[in-house]
Write a protein that binds this ligand. Sequence first.
Ligand SMILES: [Fe+2]
Ligand SMILES: [Zn+2]
Length: 409
Amino acid sequence: MMRLPFQFSARFGTLIKLQPSVRSAVSRWCSSQPGHATRAVDVGTCLEVDHPRWPHSIRISYLWLRDHCRCEHCYNFATAQRAFDITHMPPNIRPASIVNTAEGVELMWPDGHISNYNYKFLWQNTYESCRTSHKTQQLPWTGATFPKTDFITVTLQDMEKTDKSGLRKLFGSIVKYGLAFITEVPPDTESTRSVIEKICAIKKTFFGEMWEMQSMNFEHFDTAYSQEYIGAHTDTTYFSHPCRIQVFHCLQPASEGGENLLVDGFSVAQQFKERDPVGYEFLSSMAIPSEYREEGVHHYTLDTVIKHHPVTGNISRFRFNVYDRAPLSSVPLGKIEEFYYHYCNLSKIIRHPRNEYWLQLEPGTVLLMDNWRLLHGRNSFRGTRVLSGCYLDNVDFTSAARVAGIQLE
Ligand SMILES: [Fe+2]
Ligand SMILES: [Zn+2]
């Protein structure tokens, strides 16, 4: 519906027509309804919006606002895709009028186009609010502060609840601590698959979808298929995007040894940053190669050990595997000494007993680990040890977590 610039909003709210000459003077719109304290303020190149439920006001560019119009002409609600062409947007665009209502803010643009934004949409999608709004916190741990079993465990029955509360607890635990357990799962590969598929699709790699790893089974000549001790590492470092979630279900423990080792890479990174800040910078910027080869397979990638969120700067991925390091072709002669010095410093922190958490996996308990955060290893063992597992890809896992209501970004 086209509306005149001076018309009062049909819905509750106050409309003020902005003249360019008085725009800066007329800078505050308050709803007249008692007790209602939403606010939309013109502050020159942007709009300042406040809501009683927000911890602070937020400033939003008029360019952003015009771009994010959610009317049926500018946005396709069926596909959740944009339909507005920003090349038609004047760089100095300002609204002709601003109305704040109980539901949100209404702007009329100089061409008469009307845009409405509800407060929830503005809070969930603008820079200042996204940087401060509550997200599930990541809580780094050491061997001594390993999370309590209750916090990180759901049962098979929890996973089957129709209200999805078990699933949400599982996602929350993985985001907070980097791991979760599902108990009471029948100790066979198919039951493991069935419970994992309640989370998201299983990623198919050259190891297959569900794998079953038996000691002395040389189906793949990976160290993991031997009986040797394996130091803490992350998996698939040779993929440009390593697998996100690693799933382990011990179907048959070894008669001696074979305990699993977990180390929190984010906690290690924090300690490394404190002890060797130059090394932290070095390993955050110097890409190193990782590689995996077997008959018919050759994976190779170049990337840094530490990666950060592109907006917050917080650590977002830890990639560390001494077994899968490829020949070091990416580090120039002048940086070689530095590389080995810092990489060994980091390795010592990873291997420090303070950071290690050892556990014996039992049949019936499925372990899920965030392979972008946690390192895992295992003790040498004797006898037959059967482990079943799979990987989940980042895109599938994070999509499922968002659908379950977990705020990640
Ligand atoms: Fe591994
Ligand atoms: Zn529109």
